[in-house]
Design a protein. Structure first.
Length: 133
């Protein structure tokens, strides 16, 4: 799928929902990453974005690192992968996981707002336009 790459840290995208600071994600490839949030909180943030209509029209998701996003000890929670796929892969939207972007030791630049093609079958996100001038 093709679209503009938009998004960022899930907590901040979640806080920006319903404000002028979160552009429409319709037609976008949504990039998300997170750090130190358990799956139940990630589930809540994604549910909020979905109920607020912010995920409507998203073409696919390119997910960066979700560092230290593990279930709390002694708690039964859905695995993070299931949470992400349930919210972002609904309706057959492609989801690419594990991009080396966001929090983590390897943090490659991911230009937001640029047009790209998401190909989870090949495991890649390819930018369709020059990124510097």
């Amino acid at each position: 799928v093709r679209g503009r790459v938009l998004g960022g840290n899930l907590t901040l995208v979640h806080y920006a929902a319903g404000t002028p600071f979160l552009p429409s994600l319709r037609g976008a490839i949504l990039f998300l990453e997170e750090v130190n949030e358990p799956p139940y909180k990630i589930d809540g943030m994604l549910a909020h974005l979905d109920l607020a209509g912010a995920l409507r029209g998203v073409r696919g998701a390119a997910l960066g690192r979700f560092v230290h996003c593990v279930p709390r000890p002694g708690r039964r929670e859905l695995p993070l992968r299931d949470v992400l796929l349930d919210h972002l892969g609904a309706g057959g939207a492609p989801v690419l996981m594990g991009l080396a972007a966001g929090h983590g030791r390897r943090n490659l630049p991911l230009p937001l707002g640029a047009k790209a093609t998401l190909d989870p079958g090949r495991g890649c996100l390819v930018y369709d336009e020059g990124l510097v001038s």
